[in-house]
Design a protein around this ligand. Structure first.
Ligand code: PEP
Length: 244
């Protein structure tokens, strides 16, 4: 299966940053990986128009589980799709930690993404304290079982393994540690979803840079990458994509 490389711009990017996305699109000739950028919601529609006719997909960074209603400030999966998104990141650790998102809420948001025809990228990952306590595998597989509804079985989706301690820190797990967790996620996915769980890409995320991308992307069961900071620069993001 082709790898999936997705940039998460987080709360970064004004209109002037659209040029970076266009720069990425212009550099995708010959790239077999599927590539996407998830900008802030304010840029989604403009970015999807600017990238129309290119292979670069756009996505949201979160959605509300409900389709519409009195939820001031929130954005539904249907609204993301209406703005041109085909992907949505769900359950990012910044939302789990900063907004109290539970596995059950992430599962409800995943159902919403499927309802709107979006491909969800569901994030899981342990904290440093959990890893040091020897609980990384049980935490991550527990998040997989709690955050992924059974309805994913016949739909495109991805899981992103993002150790919380590796996000934005410049720290990365060893490739052995990545392979160990990805194998455990694969086993949990197959147990949960059957054969479909064997096909979904498992992305790695956390301080992926041009200098470490090729090694990480060639690790067993790594089906792509979720990239934060380095996806804000077309040159850096293309350097990562080149490793796929
Ligand atoms: C992320 O937040 O999803 C992420 C992977 O960030 P960074 O690449 O900056 O560590």
């Amino acid at each position: 299966m082709n790898r999936l490389i997705v940039g998460n711009w987080k709360m970064n990017g004004l209109g002037a940053a659209l040029g970076e996305a266009q720069g990425v699109a212009a550099g995708l000739g010959g790239v077999v990986a599927r590539v996407g950028i998830c900008p802030p919601a304010t840029l989604l529609e403009r970015m999807s128009r600017a990238l129309s006719g290119t292979p670069l997909a756009v996505g949201g960074q979160d959605c509300r589980a409900e389709a519409s209603g009195a939820f001031t400030g929130d954005v539904s999966a249907e609204m993301l799709a209406d703005a041109g998104a085909t992907l949505v990141i769900l359950g990012h650790s910044e939302r789990r930690a900063g907004f109290g998102e539970t596995d059950a809420l992430v599962a409800a948001k995943t159902e919403a993404a499927l309802r709107a025809g979006l491909e969800p990228i569901i994030c899981v990952g342990e904290t440093l304290a959990e890893r040091e306590a020897g609980r990384a595998i049980s935490i991550v597989t527990g998040q997989v079982r709690g955050s992924l509804p059974k309805s994913l079985a016949d739909r495109p989706f991805a899981v992103a393994y993002e150790p919380v301690w590796a996000i934005g820190t410049g720290l990365t797990p060893t490739t052995e540690q990545i392979a160990e967790i990805h194998a455990a996620i694969r086993e949990a996915l197959v147990g949960l979803l059957g054969p479909a769980g064997g096909r979904a890409p498992i992305l790695y995320g956390g301080s992926v840079k041009p200098g470490n991308a090729a090694e990480i992307l060639s690790t067993a069961e790594v089906g792509g990458a979720l990239v934060g900071g380095a996806s804000l620069s077309a040159a850096d993001f293309l350097g990562i994509i080149a490793g796929a």
